[in-house]
Write a protein that binds this ligand. Sequence first.
Ligand code: ADP
Ligand code: MG
Length: 205
Amino acid sequence: MGCGKSSAAGVEEPSNKPSVVFVLGGPGSGKGTQCAKIVDEFKYEHLSTGDLLREEVKKGGELGDKLKETMEAGKLVSSGMLVELLKKAMKDRGWEKSKFLLDGFPRNQENIDEWEKQIGNEAHIKFILHIDVSKEVMKERLLKRGQESGRADDNEETIVKRFETFEKESLPIIKFYEKKKLVRKVDSSKPVDEVYSAVQKLFKA
Ligand code: ADP
Ligand code: MG
């Protein structure tokens, strides 16, 4: 994938396109936890689609109410609106020269199509970070997180639905990027710092 033009001397000029790392993994796999560490060390801008949507919910109104309903059902929200929200957030953080960690995106084929449509060549997808761990561990972590998070979707019933959505819609996306050799995977069953050591290596590679 071409980023940066060659000058007459053949030296790569820095591209003014943002570099993007998609961070994928099931609910409660540790995406947010690892992203916070990557931000500290590697100076990426972190945007979690879940957090962006929860901010919209807080604003209330018709859109907020609709998003809340969708999230409480463990489903995915409409891609057009989500990518618009994402693009706006990327611009607000500074489009040019920025490095972005997009946490929880893309989660289905429609997300990818919409990304292509609204952003496509304007950004460079560096790689996909796959935070991998079993459903049992994710569930345990989500229930624990639910005790303090106040998140409407961290309850047993919604968790089951989120897993179904993840397996049906999001796992195929990871497989799709695997075929393109874009996926770098870490085992997230280990303690946070051990997982991060593996993540660190991938970001230094
Ligand atoms: P995600 O953003 O993927 O939904 P989070 O980063 O919010 O996941 O992590 C879910 C919960 O699991 C949090 O309460 C977090 O503290 C905990 N957690 C994350 N990674 C680990 C880990 N490697 N070991 C133990 N607990 C973890
Ligand atoms: Mg998260």
